[in-house]
Design a binder for this molecule. Structure first.
Ligand code: TRP
Length: 472
């Protein structure tokens, strides 16, 4: 179902809930389930979590509202929408660079996001076969990976890394799924999967969390995530990590919320909608922590294992959990749903623009960009084996980093914060206030608060992470 070029302005969500589910689907992803718990773990738990919530409220939410209102005013791809707001405000259309930077960021995130989502696919298979083994042994209620040692379970990840056809195959499969959904359009593809997958995701999350709290070390998990340690709170490293994570998790600075905002109709209240999206995203991150840590602590393992928390520590922890293989299987299915509703958003932002610029059918643009992202992603995948010690850009903040790490650093420390910084300056200082106030749907004290935050606190804070990220 190809759409003629230039018609994307007529594409849109079928309802406000379509928008909320799709945008929440984009925000809720590997960032919440994989990155948030591991960041909280390596940054000391409670202090990180408190600062994270402050960042979402005071900095993330005002920027989120600003991005959606740019899109909704322009009703076009992210770059064009920003140009329209600039033009209607009598400002330079060069401000559209903020969307271009974000779009590049989204595209680059997609390249490695799909690699990690590919690991998720593999773990679904791993747990599925373990479910069958347990049923065969008549021990479905026993833990996962019966008879395997801790090392053997953790070795599933290096074994995957050592198997390039498998790793690249999973990466290809995930990217193909993503491109397929985007090719089917905003309403028929992106909104449709969000409407099915997101409610299922929430049910799985709540179910797994309750089960994990009931069977695992709930008390330890609570005190780890919520213990207030003022001494750790003011560490710049922790603050930077929390703000960076808040931005990544809300999908800010990546042209994505501008793109999705453009598909919202004029009646949608953007402030209310943004608040729901931010609240849902934050709730999912914290609930994910409450799902993961009780299992990990019950198994006597540590919370601070970083990126391998989900792929090594957690699978090992399912061994001591009753019905661990089934719950592990459901857990990774849930992660896949979250990852897919995010990856389609990552692909949609550049696709909407390419369709219009190159007058290309939606399906062709989606396949082309998906293919390119797949190809670049191969280099990230190989960064886990043969290219592990290849440091193509061995200077300053990229020193000692392989291709995967460089892409991650470039997006999360430079492109996303830079784009969000420009959004805050643009909406706070440049764009016509009548125009932005007309779009945002708030008034009175709340409106004043938003104005002050977006004009002062947001650029300052985001500017600070940018500078600290570059020199620190
Ligand atoms: N928010 C996503 C997550 O938590 C990651 C992400 C960042 C993203 N920027 C994005 C997803 C833009 C979609 C579009 O996993």
């Amino acid at each position: 179902m190809a759409h003629a070029a230039g018609t994307q302005a007529t594409e849109g969500w079928s309802s406000r809930w379509g928008f909320i589910l799709a945008a929440t689907g984009s925000a809720v992803g590997l960032g919440n389930l994989w990155r948030f718990p591991s960041e909280a773990g390596t940054n000391g738990g409670g202090a990180f979590v408190i600062f994270y919530i402050l960042c979402i409220l005071l900095i993330g939410l005002p920027v989120l509202l600003s991005e959606t209102l740019i899109g909704r005013h322009g009703k076009a791809d992210a770059i064009e929408s920003t140009k329209i707001v600039a033009r209607d405000s009598g400002a330079s259309t060069a401000w559209s660079a903020l969307a271009g930077i974000g779009m590049l960021g989204a595209f680059l995130i997609l390249t490695f996001y799909s690699v990690i989502a590919g690991w998720v696919l593999y773990y679904i298979g791993l747990f599925a076969s373990d479910v069958f083994t347990s049923i065969g042994n008549g021990a479905l209620l026993g833990g996962a990976f019966q008879g395997q040692t801790l090392e053997q379970i953790q070795d599933h990840l290096p074994a995957l890394f050592a198997n390039n056809p498998l790793m690249l195959g999973m990466h290809a499969l995930f990217m193909a799924l993503t491109a397929f959904v985007v090719a089917r359009g905003v309403h028929g593809g992106i909104e449709k999967i969000a409407v099915y997958l997101m409610p299922t995701f929430f049910l799985l999350l709540v179910g797994i969390t309750l089960y994990s709290l009931a069977t695992g070390a709930a008390g330890e998990a609570f005190s780890f995530l919520f213990a207030f340690e003022p001494a750790r709170l003011l560490k710049p490293g922790v603050m930077l990590a929390a703000l960076g994570q808040a931005f990544f998790s809300l999908s800010l600075g990546s042209a994505m919320m501008i793109t999705y905002g453009a598909y919202a109709d004029r009646k949608t209240n953007l402030a209310g909608t943004s608040t729901i999206i931010a609240a849902a995203d934050t709730a999912v991150a914290i609930i994910a922590g409450l799902a993961i840590f009780p299992i990990v602590f019950a198994a006597g393992l540590a919370a601070d294992s970083g990126p391998t928390l989900m792929f090594q520590t957690l699978p090992a922890s399912f061994q001591t959990m009753p019905a661990g293989s089934l719950i592990g299987f459901l857990f990774f299915v849930m992660v896949l749903f979250a990852a897919l509703t995010s990856s389609v958003a990552l692909l949609e932002a550049p696709t909407a623009w390419v369709m219009k610029r190159l007058r290309m059918a939606r399906s062709v643009a989606a396949l082309l960009l998906g293919g390119l992202a797949f190809a670049i992603g191969i280099v990230s995948a190989l960064s886990f084996n043969v290219l592990e010690n290849w440091h193509p850009l061995n200077v300053s903040i990229f020193e000692g980093q392989n291709f995967f790490a460089i892409t991650d650093t470039l997006t999360s420390k430079i492109l996303l914060p830079l784009s969000a910084f420009l959004v805050a300056l643009f909406v706070g200082w440049i764009a016509d206030k009548r125009l932005t106030d007309d779009e945002n749907g708030i008034s009175g004290g709340l409106h004043m608060t938003w104005r002050i935050l977006i004009a002062y606190l947001c650029p300052l804070a985001v500017g600070a992470i940018l500078v600290y990220g570059l020199v620190g």
